[in-house]
Ligand binder design. Structure first.
Ligand code: SPQ
Length: 427
């Protein structure tokens, strides 16, 4: 796909599609609860459709009508044993959270994903689940998919997390919910807390005491209604696009503003971006609001520590942002980027270098010097939606056309990304 080489200005309004993390969890919780759960604002991205298909194979009735979804279940204890393999596609969230759920269910199941999932570490989830009594087999001694799980009765665990990962935390909590005794999780750094918030929406008591998450097993979920706010990780591409293009002024509506996800707003503010969070409303457990962004003069900053889990998925687009900031931007403490859909440190550095950026990889991040005029070229997405979208936004400021080798991967998290881009592009 060829993107235009004419420098663009962006004007208008974009309503940001549903949050991927919350959409996955709405299906999982709705499926575990007895009764009917309804969801508004569901993200119809490929990853969330993989989650739906896995739970349909467990006998859960799921109807999709536009962005509205209804889930009817007899509860986790009454799921069907699937005759077919559960295919989690490209989705790490589906694979790891489903594993935690199945480990404490009465189900035997086999899970597989795509080539990217086959390379992503599963031991980080399997280790604590095994400590709870889970019976899981996986390739290379339980490190990779395909995974086979024989659900059984588990015991709660007290677990100190060795990595900052919402997926590991969530897999343990979801297993803990259906286990005997209490589960206590201590995080390395606070990560996105959508699982804890959704537990409360389904009537489960979960408490954070001195930073530790305490959950009593055996609590019943009460089916409910979930409103999914827009995904700030999707909004991030347009926040950066608005800041780095000339004469731009865009309003992003319905953006999730959960404080465990708003690191991108902190970074843009620290870099001097012309941005305003217009309002913040809480509907249910998740806050959301509108963000207005205009063309900005940016300066380089240091990004690391507790900020990293609050913007981990935004680091590819933040790297592009940093190429347009004056001075040096240092991203550190982000080694987790190496185990995402692709190695995002290598991918970002290679692809932005191709376009002429001054960027170097480090062991746990990158160093970027700016501002620099980007050239055209072909951006390889490595099948990673966030690298593909980074390339598309780079095309707005490049001097020559930018081609993206496989834009189809973007549908994993933002199926109408190109339509939204076209709607706000004025030149
Ligand atoms: O689901 P998946 O493939 O892992 O998606 C990514 C993404 O870029 O969309 C990561 F590659 O987001 C993860 C995120 O990085 C979604 C997530 C969640 O919903 O709990 C948590 C983060 O992963 P982790 O490994 O830090 O827990």
């Amino acid at each position: 796909m060829i993107q235009s080489s004419k420098k663009a200005s962006l004007k208008g309004i974009i309503t940001i599609p549903g949050d991927k993390s919350i959409s996955h969890r709405s299906i999982m919780f709705g499926a575990m609860a007895k009764g009917k759960t309804t969801v508004d604002g569901f993200l119809l991205g490929d990853d969330c459709l993989s989650t739906i298909s896995c739970f349909q194979k467990l006998g859960v009735k799921i109807d999709v009508n536009g962005n509205q979804v209804s889930i009817e279940s007899d509860g986790i204890k009454n799921w069907n044993e699937p005759q077919d393999i559960l295919n989690t596609g490209n989705s790490g969230t589906t694979t790891r959270l489903l594993l935690g759920i199945l480990a404490a269910s009465p189900i035997y199941a086999v899970m597989i994903g795509d080539d990217s999932i086959a390379k992503r570490p599963m031991k980080r989830v399997i280790d604590p689940l095994r400590q709870m009594g889970a019976q899981i087999l996986g390739r290379s001694g339980g490190q990779y998919t395909p995974l086979a799980v024989q659900g059984t009765t588990l015991q709660g665990i007290t677990y100190q997390m060795p990595v900052a990962s919402a997926q590991v935390k969530s897999a343990i909590l979801l297993a803990g919910l259906n286990s005997e005794g209490t589960t206590i999780v201590t995080e390395l750094e606070p990560t996105r807390d959508h699982t804890e918030r959704m537990m409360r929406q389904f009537g489960v008591q979960v408490e954070t005491i001195d930073g530790d998450i305490h959950l009593r097993g055996g609590q019943q979920l009460v089916s409910t209604h979930i409103d999914v706010p827009g995904d700030i990780s999707s909004a991030a591409f347009f926040l950066v696009a608005g800041a780095i293009t000339d004469n731009s002024d865009i309003m992003l509506k319905n953006v999730g503003l959960n404080p465990t996800r708003t690191g991108i707003i902190d970074v843009l503010s620290q870099m001097g971006a012309n941005l305003k969070v217009e309002e913040s409303i809480t509907n249910g457990e998740e806050p959301f609001g509108n963000i207005r962004i205009k063309s900005s003069e940016l300066k380089g900053i240091e990004i690391g520590g507790e900020l990293i889990p609050r913007l981990i998925d935004e680091l590819p687009i933040i790297a592009l942002l940093a190429t347009q900031a004056s001075g040096t931007t240092v991203i550190r403490d982000a080694a987790e980027l190496k185990v995402k859909e692709t190695d995002r440190i290598t991918a970002v550095v290679n692809e932005l270098k191709k376009l002429g950026a001054n960027i170097e990889a480090t062991d746990d991040g990158m160093i970027i010097k700016g501002p620099i005029q980007l050239n055209g070229g072909t951006v390889t997405s490595y099948g990673d939606h966030r690298i593909g979208m980074m390339g598309a936004i780079a095309s707005l400021i490049a001097s020559e056309p930018v081609e993206i080798d496989d834009p189809s991967c973007i549908s994993v998290s933002y199926p109408n990304f190109f339509e939204h881009l076209k709607n706000v592009k004025t030149t």
